[in-house]
Write a protein that binds this ligand. Structure first.
Ligand SMILES: C=CC1=C(C)c2cc3[nH]c(cc4nc(cc5[nH]c(cc1n2)c(C)c5CCC(=O)O)C(CCC(=O)O)=C4C)c(C)c3C=C
Ligand code: FE2
Ligand code: FE2
Length: 354
């Protein structure tokens, strides 16, 4: 219009088919290469997060930079090298495939244009960059879905911190919703149960089904973190879906780091005890991990398999995470649509958009 200044801002498209709603899937993050040089900055960012390690800063930074970052990157890089794929780190590859599949599913089943993006809490693509990219595409309503079925302040809570930090810096923040957890979501439990049954059908069945969750320090649970309770609830529901008793399908916690007591029973001790009891085959599933990663492919399927055999067992049969399977995508899609209720883009539709 003549006479008026041009106030076109950087906010992006406004035409009718622009993606007004966005889903931000967030996973932990992973190094760019299986080398000490690439693992070091990743661990530095991860282990500097107060949600993960809450020791007084000065003391902790001295230990982190003085001891841990001199030793651990090399050790972790060696572990990453055992699971690295030609496309990169499994966590990144599976997370990207999951995001792409969810994008397709939503495009076919909801009314409005919805854009799915993936971000990592540590490393790249980071949360600030992914939210900025969604905004450039016109997203004004944002649903954040951390890929952690059970809430912990150390995982989910930390994602919310990073989202809040990003939002604080935006001139025109999107409308915001966040998924706290989906530990008891029926479609997620059903997808897990289906994956266990499919594994049994293809590979036979072990004497135990161990459900191994990532651990956290016990102290965090005493201070109010619901993670232990939510993990127990997932385990109870999965047992119920499979018709198993607690003795047949026990729970354990893996990946402990440092000297504090973490949630018990520990996965490595449990697996060794099974071997020592004369049990020959166990199946292990990791319901707390949305996609396969170092902690499942290396720690469970390699390290703990070795512990089991050393203790007298024959086979630890690892059941993969849900990854980008159709039942996982369906479960996340149900979750997204429920949390998006009231936002026009998320109502049921025929997918007449890109
Ligand atoms: C030291 C404290 C840690 C806490 C607390 C913790 C909680 C936690 N972690 C996950 C999920 C994952 N963790 C992964 C790797 C990983 N975790 C820690 C430490 C803590 N995690 C470290 C140091 C590492 C890096 C690897 C190593 O050096 O051992 C991963 C895999 C990443 C990958 O690249 O594949 C995941 C996934 C959850 C869900 C959680 C709390 C519930
Ligand atoms: Fe971890
Ligand atoms: Fe580990």
């Amino acid at each position: 219009m003549p006479g008026y200044p041009d106030y076109t801002g950087p906010a992006g498209q406004t035409h009718d088919n622009a993606p007004k709603a966005g889903v931000l899937l967030v996973n932990l993050g992973t190094p760019d290469a299986p080398t000490a040089a690439a693992v070091r900055p990743y661990l530095a960012q991860f282990l500097s997060d107060r949600r993960v390690i809450d020791y007084p800063r000065l003391l902790w930074k001295a230990i982190l930079y003085g001891v841990i970052l001199r030793v651990r990157p090399k050790r972790s890089a060696h572990a990453y090298a055992r699971i690295w794929t030609p496309e990169g780190s499994p966590l990144r590859v599976y997370s990207e495939a999951l995001a792409a599949a969810l994008q397709q599913e939503l495009a076919a089943n909801v009314a409005g244009p919805v854009r799915v993006a993936l971000a990592m809490r540590y490393g790249q693509p980071d949360i600030a960059g992914s939210i900025a990219a969604l905004q450039r595409q016109g997203v004004r309503r944002l649903l954040v879905l951390p890929l952690y079925p059970q809430y912990s302040a150390t995982s989910t809570g930390s994602v919310f911190d990073a989202v809040a930090d990003t939002i604080k810096g935006l001139r025109w923040p999107p409308e915001l919703r966040q998924v706290n957890d989906y530990h008891a979501e029926p479609d997620y439990i059903a997808a897990l149960a289906d994956s266990v049954r499919a594994h049994w059908e293809a590979h036979g069945r072990g004497e135990k089904l161990l459900m191994s969750f990532h651990g956290i320090p016990e102290r965090y649970v005493r201070e109010g973190d619901p993670y232990f309770e939510q993990s127990q609830e997932t385990a109870r529901r999965l047992r119920e879906a499979l018709g198993l008793s607690e003795a047949e399908a026990p729970i354990s916690f893996q990946s402990r780091v440092g000297r504090e007591r973490w949630l018990q029973p520990y996965t490595d001790e449990t697996v060794r005890a099974f071997g020592a009891q004369g049990i020959k085959r166990i199946d292990v599933v990791s319901p707390g991990f949305a996609v396969d990663c170092l902690e499942t492919l290396e720690e469970i399927a390699m390290q703990n398999a070795e512990f089991f055999i050393e203790a007298g067992g024959d086979t630890l049969s690892y059941i993969p995470c849900l990854n980008a399977t159709a039942s996982h995508v369906r479960a996340l899609s149900t979750l997204v649509r429920r949390h998006g209720q009231g936002w026009p883009e998320f109502s049921a539709g025929n997918g007449a958009h890109a």
